[in-house]
Design a protein around this ligand. Structure first.
Ligand SMILES: Cc1cc2nc3c(=O)[nH]c(=O)nc-3n(C[C@H](O)[C@H](O)[C@H](O)COP(=O)(O)O)c2cc1C
Length: 164
């Protein structure tokens, strides 16, 4: 049985967070498989799922919500942990939870959801994205907090250990 760590990422920051979670789970002795959401056909053989998405305009990426709809039944009967790779910059009081989390939580009943700071590499952005980033004054750079990411993976590993 494996823990499927799957992600929707446009520019790679979310993929990096998912990879760090998978790596930590492996260090904790779990077989973890890392895949983009579009490359997952079936959830057979998964003992648990970690699903993450980048956040654009306050929303999860379409591929991540489509993944939930496609696998809704299987996800409802598995332990699932969610994460979002969202804001850039430093901590604030604003709630950055993407719109879709409430409905996804109703649909599949995940164990938890965590918002992580993300990354924006200005060099990778196209013209439109560059204008949006400038308009909303989103800080560019890599704000991913690897300790927080690994701590989430540890929580997941602890929960799975408690169940097996
Ligand atoms: C055009 C643009 C719009 C964004 N909009 C949001 C947003 O509404 N909320 C948020 O939390 N983060 C927003 N972000 C930040 C991204 O979610 C963050 O950089 C994320 O880590 C990118 O992940 P990716 O590289 O996997 O695509 C935006 C970034 C860009 C470039």
């Amino acid at each position: 049985m494996t823990v499927l760590v799957t992600y929707a990422s446009r520019h790679g920051a979310t993929k990096g967070i998912a990879a760090a979670i998978a790596e930590r789970l492996r260090e904790r002795g779990r077989a973890a498989e890392l895949r983009p959401v579009d490359a997952v056909d079936r959830l057979d053989g998964a003992e648990a799922v970690v699903l993450g998405s980048a956040v654009y305009a306050g929303s999860w990426m379409k591929g991540a919500t489509a993944f939930v709809q496609r696998h809704r039944e299987a996800l409802s009967s598995l332990p699932v942990w969610l994460f979002s790779s969202g804001p850039t910059g430093s901590a604030s009081d604003q709630d950055w939870t993407p719109k879709q989390i409430a409905a996804v939580s109703r649909d599949i009943g995940p164990r938890d959801h965590r918002v992580f700071f993300g990354a924006i590499d200005a060099e990778k952005l196209g013209f439109v994205e560059r204008r949006i980033v400038k308009a909303v004054k989103a800080p560019t750079g890599d704000f991913r907090d690897w300790d927080r990411v690994r701590a989430y993976a540890d929580e997941i590993a602890d929960a799975l250990e408690g169940e097996s």
